[in-house]
Design a protein around this ligand. Structure first.
Ligand code: GDP
Length: 457
């Protein structure tokens, strides 16, 4: 898979019918293969200038039969996606036409590309680093405009720049530590390794936090709406959805199952789960619903504990609140029915949570609630336009690992341990960061990452 000297070919557009479909080649034989198959209008095959689009036909050299009318471009290395010679043939986007052209390229000596192999070549040839290569996949898979912006920034190298800065500082600290093992103190320049480690720890903390935030943009957050029957959970779900989806009913306990809906809170996908209510019941179906409620409570990124703000809190409210407190998830206490005269004793129901007054009926307070929800989910104020730097769980784990080693190194340094003992952890942190950008990524890691790509990318 890591050979670079052969020429690969793939259909780079999705299979199916479309206006056009693209067959892409990369490798040293790309131009020769194109020249053997392509008849440009009014030109000899040898006069194809680089980075120019030519109209003509792909012709089977064995039979002289035209396979398709195409636009073809030859792009000479290194100003190409893979930094190798690249050819793209824009065919008609039908399965038969594309297969025919692909088959002719294979017969002419290209071999089928593995998933992600074009991007892998871009990485191996040093045009992009590993984090950028992963961003290509994120761009393709982005489902919201916010996650697309995160991916495009990462593709542009924003994350890589930050990671390199931290890594460089650690490499310099490491060089100093290693020098002090081999040479007497007075022969090497002074350096405050403690300051290096402290700065690296700060930066890594921030990167891990950014990644955590970015993962939310990608995977979405789970919000559980809980509360005793009839406080207005279904109505609140509808108000958040701004359309009537869940069933609203005045009969207590009739939302027996969990209802899930997805909304976008300023680009962050949020899955809302309206639960059957917690508390106690003898009814078998309600008990089942309650079990589900507890389960969605346990895995929620945020819990909305709904109470009826127009009457005093009662035992049932406190019982649900106890379940919420026990789950230990971030929560907002929502005092609903604010269109009615309010009773002011609800904050005590869940003292640890901020209180939001809303009317699911009139929509009053819903915007402020959404604001609060976003702040809690993102663990900080939602700055418009400030998309997270990172969004990949793999990167988050590596930042955390690097942080652990930097903290261990700082502790060893503070304890006055030998330089070589400090150096071990610094070196581990450097390796972890190198796995983000790819300097220290082994074949196994590359295989795992690139196998997730589609063929032709
Ligand atoms: P759930 O059992 O907690 O899901 O509660 P529902 O959403 O089914 O609402 C129960 C009852 O309270 C219904 O009759 C709703 O119309 C009513 N209700 C819900 N929200 C409000 C509100 O903000 N103000 C008023 N006045 N009534 C509400």
């Amino acid at each position: 898979m890591y050979a670079l000297d052969d020429t690969i070919v793939a259909i780079s557009t999705p299979v199916g019918q479309g206006g056009i479909g693209i067959v892409r080649l990369s490798g040293p034989e790309s131009l020769a293969i194109l020249q053997g198959l392509f008849l440009a209008d009014g030109r000899g095959p040898s006069r194809l200038a680089s980075h120019r689009l030519y109209h003509g036909h792909i012709v089977d050299p064995a039979t002289g039969r035209r396979a398709d009318e195409v636009l073809a471009v030859y792009m000479r290395a290194p100003r190409t996606y893979t930094r190798q010679d690249v050819v793209e043939i824009n065919c008609h986007g039908g399965v038969a036409a594309l297969r025919e052209v692909l088959g002719l390229c294979l017969a002419a000596g290209a071999r089928p590309a593995h998933p992600g192999e074009f991007t892998l070549r871009a990485f191996l040839n040093g045009r992009i680093d590993l984090a950028q290569a992963e961003a290509v996949l994120d761009v393709i898979n982005a489902e919201t405009s916010a996650s697309l912006r995160v991916a495009v920034e990462q593709l542009g190298g924003r994350l890589s720049g930050h990671v390199r800065d931290v890594r460089r500082r650690l490499v310099e600290a490491l060089a100093h530590l290693e020098a002090s093992i081999d040479f007497p103190e007075d022969e090497i320049p002074d350096r405050d390794v403690g300051a290096d480690l402290a700065a690296a720890a700060d930066a890594l903390c921030e990167l891990a936090r950014e990644a955590e935030r970015g993962i939310l943009y990608r995977q979405g957050a789970r919000v559980a709406i809980v509360g005793q029957p009839n406080v207005g959970k279904s109505s609140l779900l509808n108000a958040l959805l701004r359309q009537d989806r869940a069933i609203v009913t005045p009969i207590p306990g009739t939302t027996r199952d969990t209802v899930e809906e997805t909304i976008s809170l300023r680009g962050v996908p949020v899955v809302l789960t309206d639960t059957a209510g917690l508390g106690d019941s003898d009814d078998a179906i309600e008990q089942l619903g309650m079990e589900r409620s507890r389960a969605s409570l346990a895995r929620a990124d945020l819990v909305l504990l709904v109470v009826d703000g127009s009457r005093p809190p009662d035992e049932a409210d406190r019982s649900v609140a106890a379940d919420v407190a026990a789950a230990g998830r971030p929560a907002i206490l929502v005092a609903n029915k604010a269109d009615r005269p309010a009773v002011d004793r609800h904050a005590a129901v869940l003292p640890s949570a901020p209180l939001a007054r809303v009317s699911a009926l009139t929509g009053a307070g819903i915007d402020a609630l959404e604001e609060r929800m976003l702040e809690t989910i993102l663990a900080g104020p939602a700055t418009p336009g400030a998309e997270p730097l990172a969004s990949n769980p793999r990167h988050r784990d590596l930042f955390r690992r690097a942080l652990g080693h930097v903290e261990a190194a700082a502790a060893a340094l503070a304890e006055g341990l030998e330089a070589d003992l400090v150096a071990i952890d610094v070196s581990e942190a450097v390796t972890a960061l190198g796995q983000v950008t790819g300097e220290t990524a082994g074949e196994e890691l590359l295989e795992t990452i690139f196998s997730a790509y589609c063929i032709g990318k």
